[in-house]
Design a protein around this ligand. Structure first.
Ligand code: PGA
Ligand code: ZN
Length: 419
């Protein structure tokens, strides 16, 4: 039986920072799919455009114009479209937009429709979302962002994210439990060392202590892992997201109270990697157009370190092709709202996989209760997921969805404990 898009609702709702965002609901018969679009703070300059009203409401961040565009301009063109033809729908949206950066319809409008339709399609086939997305049965390694710096915190710590990676476990639920235990140990450690206000949390639920040196943050993680009785490297690794574009200016990086030339910043990483073998994953270690420095780290460490492109590649196949030409990474950070449709996200995923590189499915710092990325990570068999600390419900909701999926899969569930 054919199922077509019959009704559409679009509304302005809130994200985890109290900013407005787009929610889209698409109906066919008695079923519907719904998606809320997330939003970044340390956005890459090559990301697709998120359209906001720019008037008095919500300090310019309102999305009412985007909502009326969805209802009045886009809906009449997609009404009656086959729900099962995701690629056709996404291509139609891309054609209607007609720009390279989604500046006409807005990536927030397009993504709302795209993922709402995908979720509806899964319901029509009576499948769980992850099963509809793909045949994966492996749970991803969570990258738990437990110390927040950079734009997500507001202190003097340059590096934006310090993440626990509980790799040496057999099941996702065990890995997550270990991550939560270390998070609570870290809370104790920070409170004792830096005082009560050190355990206030940043945008992604990680603590935002008054630390200004990268090494102090790494030491805090290592001590907390040890204090929890877990073993360094066997069970836990650490990942960082430098989000280096945010502390780069005219050839210099401002970090640890110093200003470093690019070459010195490469040496800085080499020194840290030598001193901290536990450091496994480095995301956006350099600013978003410096493919050359990225490739220096890839050439030196090969697959022993994960060099992750986020602002560098913005889930865009053209940028990923540039990374391939420059051998500039070996892991893709995939954020659906960086590109604006499910189909293009899938193309970015497949291109990355054609190089046998890994993929981290990622949230945004402005998130919602929507758990789509958890299903996406399992369905596509992505190695890792980055969705914040085990705190604040917009982060925890994804981890909880992964727990449900693991339970549902039972003995068929595996866990990605790949380095
Ligand atoms: P953002 O941060 O959502 O603010 O861009 C996440 C990241 O940089 O990975
Ligand atoms: Zn990032």
């Amino acid at each position: 039986m054919s199922h077509v898009i019959e009704k559409l609702f679009a509304r302005e709702v809130l994200d985890s920072r109290g900013n407005p965002t787009v929610e889209v609901e698409i109906h066919s018969g008695t079923k519907f799919g719904r998606f809320i679009v997330p939003s970044g703070a340390s956005t890459g300059e090559h990301e697709a455009i998120e359209l906001r009203d720019g008037n008095d409401r919500f300090h310019g961040k309102g999305v009412l114009n985007t909502i009326s565009k969805i209802k009045q301009e886009i809906f009449p063109k997609i009404k009656g479209f086959q729900v099962s033809d995701q690629e056709g729908l996404d291509n139609l949206l891309i054609d209607l937009d007609g720009t390279v950066n989604k500046g006409n319809l807005g990536a927030n409008a397009m993504l709302g429709i795209s993922i709402a339709n995908l979720k509806l399609a899964a319901k029509i086939e009576d499948k769980r979302l992850f099963e509809y997305i793909g045949s994966g049965t492996r749970l991803p390694c969570p990258m738990l962002n437990v110390i927040n710096g950079g734009k997500h915190a507001g202190g003097n710590l340059a590096i934006q994210e310090f993440m626990l990676m509980p790799i040496g476990f057999d099941r996702f639920s065990e890995a997550l439990r270990a991550g939560c235990e270390v998070y609570q140990e870290l809370k104790k450690y920070l409170k004792k060392k830096y005082g009560g206000s050190a355990i206030n949390v940043g945008d992604e639920g990680g603590f935002a202590p008054p630390i200004d040196q990268t090494k102090d943050a790494l030491n805090a993680l290592i001590e907390s892992i040890e204090n929890s009785g877990y073993s360094i490297e066997d069970q836990f690794y650490i990942g960082i997201d430098a989000a280096a574009s945010e502390f780069y200016n005219e050839g210099k990086y401002f970090i640890d109270g110093k200003s470093l030339e690019t070459e010195d910043f490469v040496a800085y990483y080499e020194e840290i990697i030598d001193a901290y073998p536990i450091l496994l994953s480095l995301e956006d270690p350099f600013y978003e157009n410096d493919f050359t420095s990225f490739s220096k780290l890839v050439s030196k460490y090969q697959r022993s370190k994960s060099i992750v492109g986020d602002d560098l590649t913005v889930t865009n196949v053209n940028r990923i092709n540039m990374a391939i030409e420059n051998n500039a990474m070996n892991y893709l950070l995939l954020k659906v709202n960086q590109i604006g449709t499910y189909t293009e996200s899938l193309q970015a995923f497949n291109l990355t996989k054609s190089k046998d590189w890994g993929v981290v499915i990622s949230h945004r710092s402005g998130e919602t209760e929507d758990t789509f990325i958890a299903d996406m990570a399992v369905g596509l068999d992505a190695e890792r997921i980055k969705t914040g600390a085990p705190a604040r419900s917009e982060r925890v909701s994804k981890y909880n969805q992964l727990l449900r999926i693991e339970e549902y899969l039972g003995d068929n569930a595996t866990y990605c404990n790949k380095l």
